[in-house]
Design a protein around this ligand. Structure first.
Ligand SMILES: Nc1nc2c(c(=O)[nH]1)N[C@H]1C(S)=C(S)[C@@H](COP(=O)(O)OP(=O)(O)OC[C@H]3O[C@@H](n4cnc5c(=O)[nH]c(N)nc54)[C@H](O)[C@@H]3O)O[C@H]1N2
Ligand SMILES: Nc1nc2c(c(=O)[nH]1)N[C@H]1C(S)=C(S)[C@@H](COP(=O)(O)OP(=O)(O)OC[C@H]3O[C@@H](n4cnc5c(=O)[nH]c(N)nc54)[C@H](O)[C@@H]3O)O[C@H]1N2
Ligand code: SF4
Ligand SMILES: [Mo]
Length: 724
């Protein structure tokens, strides 16, 4: 493999404005560059949205750029060795092998997994469909189903579109209840909110109130006006009680939404059993507190109920996200300034139809019969689809922007499954826990080497903003961007799979010509075309002249009007929820907990980013971060002392980690971060291997999923902990 000589650094120091793409906040950055070397990275005060804010990860963009472990050329695995090959050879091998598998075993024998950076790097959005669409497989997976799937399903049912996600109007609200989100560490999610600490402080300074509901006293809980350490997975019961109180204390005032609502009587019946008294034992939140919070929210001038990862990735994920929407509707806060609002981005994928409304259950997984949503199956079923023999078994995989061995439940099982594939290709610049199983790795350029315009997160932003960021550094010779890799694969695969395509020769030629024309257009050329359909009078020239971003104003109402225009109503009680609630009511209070078991939840840290920023020395140095948080009483009961190594055991696995003893977590609950576990053989991450940690997902259970959507239930896992 190639060595990477330090990038030349001579000539004048030049300043560029760009963004950080690592998380959903998309902070504006100022880069100083000398030759091909980054000299400094700072927050961009001129950015109207992020206002100079950054976190420690932004500076590590330089480390990724200079990382000697980062691949720059395609490699092929020969036994345990990796050898560089040309792009032409690589495309040919990939296209030939995938077409062969499809020919012999059918289209579903090829599986696809697209990970989180897919949505943080626009070339993947614009160009991956040209190649992946041709594979025509139903075995598509992504990080969505270890994350926000319940949000999409809820919006699909209530508002008719998977991407109509109402966003907290954090800058104007007077009351915010936050469940299962820790934006002070995560910097916000399904709420693009750079500089969140200042925005929350401003909420408090104008007399508003922040309530955080989380089993752990998180960084966000620590600045809240009130923190309730709920029992893990007690949220559905608690939220249903809030709905109950709204409907039974005549607090429900949907106001401007009233004429759109149907099913209000059925809803009242459906939540009848969930009195605050009945749910208190399940949630750990007493009835008086539930009633008081509900009244406070209902009576506030404006308010938001917001729930994220912690309430999505549990067995009642969809019930939680649905109940949150219902609460915002009943309090009249949906589609209201200071409440929750849908966004109006410059490139609007919803209103232009570029993202479809979604569909559910159009097909099911082969082994477990889990439903697809929006064309994807839940990733919790991926390993069994590879391991279970029979027609339709997955025999080849395409992965990109992802590390499912560390990020999906029962990672060890998936690790085993990937090692048994006939063929695997990964589009990634690291040889990590997942890509080490690939036959071919195709490495794209890294972030500072390509341009970027956010196409996804501006749909979730707390302000409407348009921003286009040119590349900071030139692309080194012989390297390709993600979009160029997809364009190359699309073309080559079409040649190899020619005989497999259905339709007349003329139709096939037409398809090929369209793809070939499309794949020659760069993302910025597609953006220029897209702007012509924008509701704003914006052109590429203006975006290029304002790399700090163009403010398009605060969020504004539009959801209700859009629904009325289409003659749509909001049916408050989708059938799947109506079917689920009686079962939930029956399960309440019948929790036969093993008295020695603890409940394991996750944790994010501001210096870590899922599984992949651990090869940056500046981010992993200092105190070890992959440690198990445990309450003081639970540690005393087990005779454990600070820093001692403990063994954590679940149904599917065992890991050892040091314990951190603290009063800042609910008794009976322990917490471990995900994304660690770099000690596996064959991983080529020099720094990360020195700070390996263990993988939380070697403990999480692929059989534990949200009962409605199949989203992974990563939180609330039963574990046993003892001295190692
Ligand atoms: N137990 C537990 N598990 C979790 C979570 C949790 O809270 N608890 N969180 C879940 C969530 S929310 C998510 S989103 C997933 C994330 O899980 P994944 O999406 O599977 O994984 P990442 O760790 O984000 O890995 C990103 C990979 O993309 C590569 N990469 C980075 N930038 C680019 C690029 O521009 N192009 C290409 N081609 N590759 C790139 C990196 O090298 C890395 O290998 O993890 C989930 N797993
Ligand atoms: N620094 C950093 N930032 C990130 C990431 C990262 O890995 N590192 N990942 C990015 C990604 S991909 C995403 S999706 C976002 C996620 O963003 P957030 O949703 O804000 O993510 P978390 O910090 O995991 O917050 C989840 C919270 O839920 C709590 N929790 C766990 N179980 C329960 C429960 O049963 N009930 C309740 N009420 N709470 C519970 C946990 O204690 C935790 O505080 O973060 C993004 N930003
Ligand atoms: S919060 Fe940090 S990681 Fe997220 S975009 Fe801003 S600088 Fe990047
Ligand atoms: Mo995520």
């Amino acid at each position: 493999m190639s060595n990477h000589p330090a990038a030349p650094s001579h000539g004048p120091v030049v300043t560029h404005q760009g963004v950080c793409n690592l998380c959903e906040a998309i902070c504006g950055l100022t880069f100083q560059v000398q030759g091909e070397r980054i000299v400094s990275i700072k927050g961009n005060d001129a950015d109207p949205f992020s206002r100079g804010h950054i976190c420690p990860k932004a500076v590590a963009l330089k480390d990724v750029h200079e990382d000697p472990d980062r691949l720059r050329r395609p490699v092929r695995r020969v036994g345990t060795e990796w050898v560089e090959i040309s792009w032409d050879q690589a495309f040919d091998l990939v296209a030939r092998n995938l077409a062969e598998v499809r020919q012999q075993h059918g289209a579903n024998a090829v599986g696809i997994y697209q990970g989180n950076p897919t949505v943080h790097n626009w070339g993947n959005i614009t160009h991956s469909p040209m190649f992946l669409g041709q594979l025509k497989t139903r075995n598509r997976f992504s990080a969505t189903s270890v994350d926000q799937l319940p949000h999409h399903l809820t919006s699909y049912w209530l508002y008719g579109h998977q991407f109509l996600l109402p966003i907290p109007d954090i800058d104007r609200t007077q009351y915010m209840i936050m469940l299962g989100g820790n934006p002070l560490a995560s910097n916000g999610s399904i709420m693009t909110v750079p500089d969140v600490r200042k925005r929350l402080k401003a909420l408090q300074a104008r007399g508003g109130k922040l309530v955080v509901i989380d089993p752990r006293r998180t960084e966000t809980a620590a600045i809240a006006d009130e923190h309730l350490a709920i029992k893990p997975s007690g949220d559905a019961a608690f939220l249903l009680s809030m709905v109950h109180v709204l409907l039974n204390e005549s607090l429900a005032k949907p106001g401007h939404l009233q004429s759109l609502l149907t099913g209000l009587d059925d809803l009242k019946q459906a939540v009848a059993a969930f009195t605050p008294e009945a749910t208190a034992a399940s949630s750990g939140i007493d009835a008086d507190t539930t009633r008081r919070l509900t009244r406070e929210l209902a009576q506030a001038e404006s308010g938001v109920c917001y729930g994220r990862m912690g309430v999505s990735t549990q067995v009642n994920g969809v019930v939680c996200q649905w109940a949150i929407q219902v609460i915002n509707i009943l309090t009249g806060n949906l589609d209201k300034e200071g409440g929750t609002l849908v966004t109006h981005p410059a490139i609007d994928l919803v209103r232009t139809g570029l993202i479809g409304p979604g569909h559910v259950g159009a097909w099911h997984s082969r082994v477990r019969k889990a439903p697809e949503f929006g064309g994807e199956l839940p990733v919790a079923v991926l390993a069994e689809e590879i391991l279970t023999p029979g027609a339709g078994q997955i025999r080849a995989m395409v992965t990109s922007c992802g590390n499912p061995v560390l990020s999906t439940p029962n990672g060890q099982q998936l690790d085993r499954a990937l090692s048994q594939l006939d063929f695997m290709v990964s589009i990634d610049f690291y040889i990590n826990e997942t890509t080490r199983h690939a036959d071919i790795i195709l490495p794209p350029t890294c972030f500072v080497e390509h341009d970027h315009c956010d196409l996804i997160f501006m749909h979730f932003a707390v302000r409407n903003v348009a921003r286009y960021s040119p590349a900071i550094l030139p692309k080194p010779e012989g390297t390709l961007h993600d979009w160029e890799i997809y364009a190359g694969l699309a073309k080559r695969y079409a040649q190899h799979a020619w005989a497999l395509e259905k339709g007349s020769a003329l139709q096939r030629v037409k398809g090929m010509l369209t793809r070939s024309a499309m794949s020659r257009l760069r993302p910025d050329q597609l953006l220029a075309l897209g702007l012509r359909k924008s509701a704003y009078p914006l052109r590429m020239k203006q975006l290029r002249q304002a790399p700090q971003g163009i403010d398009l104003g605060p969020l504004r109402p539009g959801l209700a009007q859009g629904l009325s225009k289409k003659g749509r109503s909001i049916a408050l009680l989708p059938k799947a929820i109506a079917d689920e609630l009686p079962q939930l009511a029956n399960r309440m209070g019948h929790d036969r907990a093993d008295p020695n078991a603890l409940t394991l939840i996750g944790r994010r840290d501001v210096r870590s980013n899922n599984s992949w920023m651990h090869n940056s020395e500046r981010l992993v140095s200092g105190k070890a971060r992959c440690v198990l948080w445990m309450h003081t009483d639970d540690a005393a009961q087990r005779g454990l002392s600070e820093g001692q190594t403990v063994q954590i055991t679940s149904r599917v696995g065992k890991v050892d980690a040091p314990v951190f003893i603290t009063p800042d977590i609910r008794p009976g609950v322990v917490s471990l971060p995900h994304g660690w576990g770099h000690g596996r053989q064959g991983v080529k991450l020099g720094v990360a291997s020195q700070h390996p940690g263990v993988s939380l997902n070697d403990l999480t259970d692929d059989q534990l999923t949200d009962r409605i959507s199949g989203n992974a239930a990563l939180n609330s896992l039963r574990v046993h902990v003892k001295a190692a």
